[in-house]
Design a protein around this ligand. Structure first.
Ligand SMILES: [Zn+2]
Length: 271
Protein backbone atom coordinates (compact mmCIF):
# COMPACT_ATOMS: atom_id res chain seq x y z
CA UNK A 1 0.00 0.00 0.00
CA UNK A 2 1.33 3.44 -0.94
CA UNK A 3 0.11 6.83 0.35
CA UNK A 4 0.79 10.20 -1.27
CA UNK A 5 -0.44 13.41 0.40
CA UNK A 6 -1.99 15.74 -2.19
CA UNK A 7 -3.19 18.58 0.04
CA UNK A 8 -2.88 19.32 3.73
CA UNK A 9 -3.82 22.07 6.16
CA UNK A 10 -4.69 22.25 9.85
CA UNK A 11 -8.07 20.53 9.55
CA UNK A 12 -8.06 18.94 6.12
CA UNK A 13 -6.05 16.31 4.31
CA UNK A 14 -6.40 14.86 0.81
CA UNK A 15 -4.32 11.84 -0.05
CA UNK A 16 -3.98 9.13 -2.64
CA UNK A 17 -3.86 5.50 -1.50
CA UNK A 18 -2.85 2.78 -3.94
CA UNK A 19 -2.63 -1.00 -3.68
CA UNK A 20 -5.74 -1.32 -1.49
CA UNK A 21 -9.14 -3.02 -1.83
CA UNK A 22 -12.41 -1.02 -1.90
CA UNK A 23 -13.82 -2.92 1.12
CA UNK A 24 -10.78 -1.98 3.21
CA UNK A 25 -10.99 1.66 2.09
CA UNK A 26 -14.66 1.80 3.06
CA UNK A 27 -13.95 0.18 6.44
CA UNK A 28 -11.36 2.87 7.18
CA UNK A 29 -13.80 5.62 6.15
CA UNK A 30 -16.53 4.28 8.42
CA UNK A 31 -14.13 3.87 11.35
CA UNK A 32 -12.87 7.45 10.91
CA UNK A 33 -16.45 8.75 11.08
CA UNK A 34 -17.83 6.64 13.88
CA UNK A 35 -15.18 4.80 15.89
CA UNK A 36 -12.28 7.20 16.41
CA UNK A 37 -12.98 8.67 19.88
CA UNK A 38 -13.18 12.39 20.56
CA UNK A 39 -14.14 14.61 23.49
CA UNK A 40 -17.59 16.15 23.95
CA UNK A 41 -19.62 17.43 26.90
CA UNK A 42 -21.88 14.63 28.12
CA UNK A 43 -23.14 15.76 31.56
CA UNK A 44 -24.09 19.25 32.75
CA UNK A 45 -24.93 20.29 36.29
CA UNK A 46 -26.94 23.48 35.97
CA UNK A 47 -26.46 25.64 39.07
CA UNK A 48 -28.27 28.72 37.82
CA UNK A 49 -30.05 29.46 34.54
CA UNK A 50 -32.27 32.50 34.16
CA UNK A 51 -31.58 32.75 30.40
CA UNK A 52 -34.48 32.23 27.94
CA UNK A 53 -33.05 28.78 27.04
CA UNK A 54 -34.23 25.72 28.93
CA UNK A 55 -31.61 23.65 30.79
CA UNK A 56 -31.99 20.66 28.44
CA UNK A 57 -31.57 22.77 25.28
CA UNK A 58 -28.56 24.56 26.74
CA UNK A 59 -26.98 21.20 27.70
CA UNK A 60 -27.63 19.88 24.18
CA UNK A 61 -25.93 22.93 22.65
CA UNK A 62 -22.93 22.47 24.95
CA UNK A 63 -22.62 18.84 23.82
CA UNK A 64 -22.28 19.97 20.20
CA UNK A 65 -19.29 22.27 20.84
CA UNK A 66 -16.23 20.48 19.36
CA UNK A 67 -13.49 20.13 21.97
CA UNK A 68 -9.78 19.66 21.23
CA UNK A 69 -9.02 16.07 22.14
CA UNK A 70 -5.96 14.57 23.80
CA UNK A 71 -6.34 10.88 22.92
CA UNK A 72 -3.18 9.89 24.77
CA UNK A 73 -4.23 11.39 28.12
CA UNK A 74 -7.79 10.03 28.48
CA UNK A 75 -9.60 6.70 28.22
CA UNK A 76 -13.16 5.89 27.19
CA UNK A 77 -15.46 5.88 30.29
CA UNK A 78 -16.35 2.20 29.71
CA UNK A 79 -12.64 1.31 29.82
CA UNK A 80 -11.98 3.35 32.99
CA UNK A 81 -11.79 1.65 36.36
CA UNK A 82 -13.58 4.47 38.27
CA UNK A 83 -17.15 3.31 37.40
CA UNK A 84 -18.36 6.82 38.24
CA UNK A 85 -21.17 8.57 36.37
CA UNK A 86 -19.33 11.88 36.20
CA UNK A 87 -15.95 10.21 35.66
CA UNK A 88 -12.49 10.72 37.13
CA UNK A 89 -9.35 12.56 35.99
CA UNK A 90 -8.56 9.72 33.55
CA UNK A 91 -11.88 9.72 31.74
CA UNK A 92 -13.46 13.15 32.26
CA UNK A 93 -12.66 16.87 32.01
CA UNK A 94 -14.60 19.52 33.92
CA UNK A 95 -15.50 22.79 32.21
CA UNK A 96 -17.23 25.59 34.09
CA UNK A 97 -18.99 28.74 33.02
CA UNK A 98 -20.41 31.67 34.94
CA UNK A 99 -21.80 34.61 33.03
CA UNK A 100 -24.19 37.49 33.69
CA UNK A 101 -25.62 40.13 31.36
CA UNK A 102 -24.80 43.19 33.48
CA UNK A 103 -25.17 45.91 30.84
CA UNK A 104 -27.95 45.12 28.38
CA UNK A 105 -28.26 42.09 26.11
CA UNK A 106 -25.21 39.88 25.69
CA UNK A 107 -24.26 36.61 24.01
CA UNK A 108 -22.30 33.96 25.86
CA UNK A 109 -19.58 32.46 23.65
CA UNK A 110 -17.52 29.26 23.91
CA UNK A 111 -14.43 31.26 24.99
CA UNK A 112 -16.09 31.73 28.40
CA UNK A 113 -15.88 27.99 29.13
CA UNK A 114 -13.07 27.41 31.62
CA UNK A 115 -11.49 23.95 31.36
CA UNK A 116 -9.37 22.32 34.06
CA UNK A 117 -7.23 20.87 31.23
CA UNK A 118 -5.76 23.51 28.87
CA UNK A 119 -5.43 20.78 26.20
CA UNK A 120 -9.21 20.17 26.20
CA UNK A 121 -10.86 23.43 25.14
CA UNK A 122 -13.38 24.44 22.43
CA UNK A 123 -11.85 24.43 18.93
CA UNK A 124 -13.18 27.95 18.44
CA UNK A 125 -13.76 30.84 20.86
CA UNK A 126 -16.61 32.20 18.77
CA UNK A 127 -19.32 29.56 19.12
CA UNK A 128 -22.47 31.24 20.52
CA UNK A 129 -24.04 29.32 23.41
CA UNK A 130 -26.93 31.50 24.61
CA UNK A 131 -28.18 35.08 24.33
CA UNK A 132 -29.28 36.78 27.55
CA UNK A 133 -31.25 39.93 28.41
CA UNK A 134 -30.04 42.33 31.10
CA UNK A 135 -29.53 40.78 34.56
CA UNK A 136 -30.03 37.21 33.29
CA UNK A 137 -27.41 34.70 34.39
CA UNK A 138 -26.06 31.21 33.68
CA UNK A 139 -23.79 29.13 35.87
CA UNK A 140 -22.98 25.47 35.34
CA UNK A 141 -20.42 22.68 35.54
CA UNK A 142 -20.01 20.51 32.43
CA UNK A 143 -18.24 17.14 32.16
CA UNK A 144 -16.61 16.20 28.86
CA UNK A 145 -15.79 12.58 28.02
CA UNK A 146 -14.38 10.56 25.18
CA UNK A 147 -17.06 8.90 23.08
CA UNK A 148 -17.77 7.43 19.66
CA UNK A 149 -19.71 8.81 16.70
CA UNK A 150 -21.53 5.44 16.71
CA UNK A 151 -23.32 6.56 19.89
CA UNK A 152 -23.88 10.26 19.13
CA UNK A 153 -22.88 12.57 16.31
CA UNK A 154 -21.32 15.00 18.83
CA UNK A 155 -18.41 12.52 19.14
CA UNK A 156 -17.82 12.31 15.38
CA UNK A 157 -14.31 13.75 14.74
CA UNK A 158 -14.86 14.33 11.00
CA UNK A 159 -17.19 16.81 9.35
CA UNK A 160 -16.46 15.27 5.95
CA UNK A 161 -14.86 11.92 5.17
CA UNK A 162 -15.09 10.65 1.60
CA UNK A 163 -13.18 8.53 -0.87
CA UNK A 164 -13.39 8.11 -4.62
CA UNK A 165 -11.67 6.00 -7.24
CA UNK A 166 -8.61 7.58 -8.84
CA UNK A 167 -8.98 8.10 -12.60
CA UNK A 168 -6.87 7.11 -15.56
CA UNK A 169 -7.41 9.29 -18.66
CA UNK A 170 -5.99 8.31 -22.03
CA UNK A 171 -6.16 10.65 -25.03
CA UNK A 172 -5.53 9.23 -28.51
CA UNK A 173 -3.57 12.16 -29.95
CA UNK A 174 -3.50 10.65 -33.45
CA UNK A 175 -7.30 10.51 -33.60
CA UNK A 176 -7.96 13.81 -31.76
CA UNK A 177 -8.87 16.73 -34.04
CA UNK A 178 -8.73 19.35 -31.22
CA UNK A 179 -12.48 20.15 -31.36
CA UNK A 180 -12.22 21.00 -27.60
CA UNK A 181 -15.68 19.59 -26.84
CA UNK A 182 -14.15 17.51 -24.03
CA UNK A 183 -12.74 20.68 -22.41
CA UNK A 184 -16.15 22.38 -22.42
CA UNK A 185 -17.84 19.26 -21.01
CA UNK A 186 -15.38 18.88 -18.10
CA UNK A 187 -16.71 20.86 -15.12
CA UNK A 188 -13.58 20.10 -13.08
CA UNK A 189 -11.11 21.59 -15.57
CA UNK A 190 -9.08 18.39 -15.71
CA UNK A 191 -8.06 18.94 -19.36
CA UNK A 192 -6.25 21.70 -21.25
CA UNK A 193 -5.09 22.23 -24.82
CA UNK A 194 -1.46 22.99 -25.35
CA UNK A 195 -0.83 21.93 -28.94
CA UNK A 196 -2.74 18.76 -27.97
CA UNK A 197 -5.31 17.76 -25.32
CA UNK A 198 -3.43 17.21 -22.06
CA UNK A 199 -4.51 16.06 -18.61
CA UNK A 200 -3.48 18.86 -16.25
CA UNK A 201 -5.20 17.92 -12.99
CA UNK A 202 -5.96 14.19 -12.89
CA UNK A 203 -6.86 14.12 -9.16
CA UNK A 204 -9.83 16.44 -9.76
CA UNK A 205 -11.51 13.97 -12.17
CA UNK A 206 -14.75 12.61 -10.67
CA UNK A 207 -15.20 9.96 -13.36
CA UNK A 208 -18.35 11.57 -14.80
CA UNK A 209 -17.11 10.55 -18.28
CA UNK A 210 -18.77 13.60 -19.88
CA UNK A 211 -15.60 14.12 -21.97
CA UNK A 212 -15.98 10.59 -23.35
CA UNK A 213 -19.66 11.13 -24.16
CA UNK A 214 -19.17 14.38 -26.09
CA UNK A 215 -16.13 13.26 -28.09
CA UNK A 216 -17.52 12.53 -31.60
CA UNK A 217 -14.54 10.34 -32.59
CA UNK A 218 -13.88 8.31 -29.43
CA UNK A 219 -10.46 9.83 -28.88
CA UNK A 220 -10.62 9.99 -25.08
CA UNK A 221 -11.01 7.18 -22.52
CA UNK A 222 -11.65 7.56 -18.80
CA UNK A 223 -11.30 4.55 -16.50
CA UNK A 224 -11.23 4.13 -12.75
CA UNK A 225 -8.11 2.55 -11.25
CA UNK A 226 -9.49 -0.37 -9.24
CA UNK A 227 -6.95 -0.33 -6.41
CA UNK A 228 -6.29 3.41 -6.09
CA UNK A 229 -8.42 5.89 -4.14
CA UNK A 230 -8.42 9.56 -3.20
CA UNK A 231 -9.43 10.26 0.39
CA UNK A 232 -10.76 13.60 1.69
CA UNK A 233 -10.71 13.84 5.47
CA UNK A 234 -11.92 17.04 7.11
CA UNK A 235 -11.65 17.22 10.90
CA UNK A 236 -14.01 19.28 13.04
CA UNK A 237 -10.81 20.52 14.70
CA UNK A 238 -10.89 18.04 17.59
CA UNK A 239 -7.96 16.01 16.20
CA UNK A 240 -5.45 16.55 13.38
CA UNK A 241 -6.83 14.79 10.24
CA UNK A 242 -3.79 12.53 9.85
CA UNK A 243 -4.21 11.35 13.47
CA UNK A 244 -7.83 10.41 12.66
CA UNK A 245 -6.60 8.30 9.72
CA UNK A 246 -3.83 6.62 11.74
CA UNK A 247 -6.27 5.87 14.59
CA UNK A 248 -8.67 4.26 12.09
CA UNK A 249 -5.87 1.91 10.94
CA UNK A 250 -5.04 1.05 14.57
CA UNK A 251 -8.70 0.34 15.38
CA UNK A 252 -9.12 -1.82 12.27
CA UNK A 253 -6.01 -3.80 13.25
CA UNK A 254 -7.42 -4.30 16.76
CA UNK A 255 -10.64 -5.65 15.25
CA UNK A 256 -8.84 -8.06 12.91
CA UNK A 257 -6.61 -9.28 15.77
CA UNK A 258 -9.75 -9.92 17.85
CA UNK A 259 -11.31 -11.84 14.95
CA UNK A 260 -8.11 -13.85 14.43
CA UNK A 261 -8.09 -14.78 18.14
CA UNK A 262 -11.73 -15.87 17.90
CA UNK A 263 -11.04 -18.02 14.80
CA UNK A 264 -8.09 -19.64 16.57
CA UNK A 265 -10.35 -20.45 19.55
CA UNK A 266 -12.96 -22.01 17.24
CA UNK A 267 -10.30 -24.12 15.56
CA UNK A 268 -9.07 -25.25 18.98
CA UNK A 269 -12.67 -26.15 19.87
CA UNK A 270 -12.86 -23.67 22.76
CA UNK A 271 -15.65 -21.40 21.44
ZN1 LIG B 1 -12.75 7.30 35.24
Amino acid sequence: MKIKVLERDENFIRFLVSGIDVSLVNSLRRIMMTEVPSMAIDNVIMIENSSPMKDEVLAHRLGLIPLKTDLDAYVLPEKCTCNSELGCSKCSVTLTLESEAQEGTRTVYSKELISIDPEVVPVSDKIPIVKMAQSQKVRFEAYAKLGLGLDHVKWQPTSCCTHKYAADIQVDHEKCNLCKKCLDACLKQVLAVNGQVNVIDLEKCNLCKECEKVCPIDAIRVERIKDTFIFNVESTGVLPPERIFLESIRILKEKTDELKGFVTQIKAGKA
